[in-house]
Every structure is written in structure tokens, then in C-alpha cells.
Ligand binder design. Structure first.
Ligand SMILES: Cc1cc2nc3c(=O)[nH]c(=O)nc-3n(C[C@H](O)[C@H](O)[C@H](O)COP(=O)(O)O)c2cc1C
Length: 210
């Protein structure tokens, strides 16, 4: 079996973490780099990742997450936030980044910048909010896979009250909303979920040849 498939079978949505085990700094650097490299629509990266270190804050967040124990027991906790709004300044900043990264004059990028501005000008606030949120799910998928490759357990989570998170962390004022939460660390030996067989549709069910 290919290592990729072995890793994906190994991982599972961890229900109980061993709070005595911590992710090594060098592994967490890989996780951060992976999140930095996430592909997004047009490359705009309308995302921010909050690494919650404070145990007190984690406890408060747990109460806003249907008391799920992973929020406090996991070694690390990342909140994947997406932008609420996307405006012309964000596009200008992105164009400036392309220009300096690739050593291209900003004038050369004007057409691409105008094209992106036209695209976002056609979206209403709700569409932009949802579009940005979609990018968070791309980050989630990549994060989960990166963790599996490192043999780090992780739980993708949307079982939390985003409005309460936003309020507690002052996210609205920073043009952000909490989209997903991912506790990461090492499974507890008592976590029954690790022994359950994966339930997935068959390839025949999932693939259509056209
Ligand atoms: C977007 C998303 C949100 C999820 N939210 C939660 C959650 O709040 N709590 C939880 O324990 N599991 C959560 N899960 C885990 C899923 O239930 C789990 O991934 C799915 O049942 C497949 O099982 P597996 O990941 O163990 O293979 C979530 C998964 C995804 C992708």
C-alpha cells in the first residue's frame, strides 16, 4: 500500500488526546509552513491562523465548543480564521507581494489586479464571506494531511459557536471570523475511536468516468 494511503488510514478524528504528550517545535514548524503554502483562489490567502497557547483561553473556548475535550487536552490548538470582507486594499497588497517576490514591476501586474478587483466587485458581502470561508476548508484538508504524514493526530472541528469565538477573541474588529478549529497532538490510548474501522463510500460509488 502506498505510504499516502497508509497515513490516511492511520489518521482519524481524534476524540481523546493524551495531554501529557507535546508536538516537537520542529514538527510544528512544518505544520506552519504547510499552512503558509496552502493554495487559495487567485492566491489571495484571506486567512489567519490563531495558535491558542493560553490554557485559560482554551478552557473558555471549550465551553463554546460543546465541551469537546480535545480543545483543552491537545498539545496545540489552531483556529483557522477567514476574512469577513475582501476589498481592493487586499488585492493591492497581494499584487505588491507578487511584484516583490517575483521581481516584476507592479505596472506589469495591473491587469491581474484589475481582474481580481472586478471579480470581487460583483460579489455581495455574503458571497465574499462564504468565498473566504471556503478557503479555510482548503487549509483544513492540507493541515489534516500534513499532520497525518508527521504521525500527529488532529481533529477537524466545526462543532463550536463561531459568534462566541469571534466575540471572545475580538475577531470582528480584525475583519476575521473563526471558521474551523483544529486540535493537534497525540491520541490517548483509551480513545476508542482509534479502533473503529473507517467508514467510506466505495470507489465505485464515488467515481464517474466521463
Ligand atoms: C469540517 C469538519 C468538521 C468536523 N467537526 C467535528 C467536531 O466538531 N468534533 C469532532 O469530534 N469531529 C468533527 N469532525 C470529524 C468527522 O466527524 C470525521 O472526520 C468523519 O466522521 C470521518 O471520520 P475520520 O476523520 O475519523 O476518518 C469534523 C470533520 C470535518 C471535516
Amino acid at each position: 500500500m502506498h505510504d499516502i494511503i497508509k497515513d490516511l488510514n492511520w489518521r482519524y478524528a481524534t476524540k481523546k488526546f493524551d495531554s501529557s504528550k507535546n508536538i516537537k517545535d520542529e514538527d510544528f514548524e512544518v505544520i506552519k509552513d504547510s499552512l503558509r503554502l496552502v493554495p487559495t483562489s487567485y492566491g489571495l490567502q484571506p486567512l489567519k491562523f490563531i495558535i491558542v497557547e493560553s490554557p485559560e483561553l482554551r478552557q473558555e473556548l471549550q465551553t463554546m465548543s460543546y465541551n469537546q475535550s480535545q480543545i483543552v487536552d491537545a498539545s496545540h490548538l489552531i483556529i483557522i480564521c477567514s476574512y469577513r470582507d475582501l476589498n481592493e486594499t487586499h488585492i493591492d497588497e497581494y499584487v505588491a507581494n507578487i511584484s516583490s517576490t517575483r521581481d516584476v514591476h507592479e505596472e506589469m501586474m495591473k491587469g491581474y489586479g484589475d481582474f481580481m478587483k472586478l471579480t470581487i466587485s460583483k460579489m455581495d458581502d455574503d458571497q465574499k464571506f462564504r468565498w473566504n470561508k471556503n478557503q479555510a476548508y482548503i487549509a483544513l484538508g492540507q493541515l489534516i494531511h500534513t499532520c497525518a504524514t508527521l504521525k500527529i493526530d488532529a481533529t477537524p472541528m466545526e462543532g463550536f459557536k463561531a459568534k462566541d469565538y469571534d466575540k471572545l477573541l475580538g475577531l470582528r474588529d480584525q475583519n476575521l471570523t473563526a471558521s474551523l478549529v483544529v486540535p493537534m497532538g497525540y491520541r490517548h490510548e483509551d480513545d476508542e475511536a482509534q479502533h473503529q474501522k473507517k467508514v467510506r463510500k466505495s470507489q465505485d460509488d464515488l467515481f464517474i468516468t466521463a
